[in-house]
Write a protein that binds this ligand. Structure first.
Ligand code: ADP
Length: 294
């Protein structure tokens, strides 16, 4: 399984250029698509999920033309959208059974077995007869994964899954995603760096509709070793420090502000070296993209 995206472009009426010749090679396994709000992630995910049209470019999934052979793609696709509308008065097993009918799972006995298996897998079996309106955010997301897994998908698209989940629910959700397997393509679109560093073998960073970086998280982190320096900074110093140094991020650590600076050599005595992490990779890519001369 491999998803090839080539020169995909999309403009919205009103002039927003949401995707600008996006090209990506996405192999089987979990792939992280990371970018700030408005980067174009949902536009790309909805296009790959056959829910909207691109202006130009192509995408193929093991030879299937994703933009044109929509019915074939839909048979292979599991999609968990950003906004997952649920019917609040229907129970988990009823709605899952309904989705299974829509996906063509038959006969009824097979459908029941599948629904039960998915409810167990997503840890919702005990609440299967409860109405979806009573579910917490994490339970809804797990239900979303259960419906995305119906019909043995070969491509799973998960858009912004952990926003709004508490830490425990997020871990459960991560564990569930990581069980899906390495044989199929799973794209996880998110603005949360930790989701990608926890789960993804490969990743891309997208900003203003353009792919600005792609690779393996661990390799991308290793490339920055020896380049990242940090120091605490008082609020009043920040503006001046940003003019003097390539500040890639401003973080809070134990109630203080810490800046991370990208530099070949130690900027001055006040800085200490720090092991790079995926946030450094991400913020550096975004910064270089928005200010390439900096
Ligand atoms: P992301 O998912 O990374 O937040 P989106 O794909 O939702 O990014 O949006 C990319 C850009 O396209 C944003 O500037 C957004 O405002 C714009 N956009 C998204 N959907 C529409 C739409 N239906 N009509 C007009 N502009 C849109």
């Amino acid at each position: 399984m491999e998803l090839l995206i080539n020169d995909l472009s999309k403009s919205y009426p009103g002039g927003v250029h949401a995707l600008k010749k996006v090209s990506l090679t996405i192999p089987a396994g979990m792939f992280g698509l990371l970018g700030p709000n408005g980067a174009g992630k949902s536009t790309l995910m909805r296009t790959l999920a056959t829910l909207q049209e691109a202006d130009s470019g192509s995408a193929t999934l093991d030879g299937i033309d994703v933009l044109r052979q929509k019915d074939q793609v839909r048979r292979l696709l599991g999609y968990l959208p950003q906004e997952f509308g649920l019917y609040p008065k229907v129970t988990a097993s009823e709605l899952l059974g309904h989705f299974a009918v829509l996906k063509g799972v038959a006969p009824a006995k097979r459908r029941r077995e599948l629904v039960d298996a998915l409810l167990r897998k997503t840890n919702l079996y005990d609440v299967r007869d409860e109405r979806l309106g009573t579910f917490s955010g994490g339970m809804k997301q797990r239900f979303g994964i259960a419906q995305a897994l119906i019909g043995d998908p070969k491509l799973i698209i998960v858009d912004e899954p952990t926003a709004g989940l508490d830490p425990e629910e997020r871990v459960r959700f991560h564990n569930l995603l990581s069980e899906i397997g390495e044989q199929i393509v799973v794209i996880l679109s998110t603005h949360i760096v930790g989701d990608v560093s926890d789960l993804c073998r490969r990743m891309a960073v997208i900003d203003h509709g353009e792919v600005v970086l792609t690779g393996e998280p661990l390799a991308l982190i290793a490339e920055l070793r020896g380049r990242i320096w940090r120091r605490f900074a008082a609020k009043e110093e920040l503006a001046e420090l940003k003019t003097r140094h390539a500040v890639i991020s401003t973080r809070r650590l134990a109630g203080k502000t810490v800046i991370h600076v990208d530099s070949d050599a130690r900027p001055d005595e006040s800085f200490e070296p720090v092991e790079p992490d995926l946030e450094d990779v991400y913020f550096r890519a975004i910064k270089h993209h928005s200010a390439p001369s900096a």
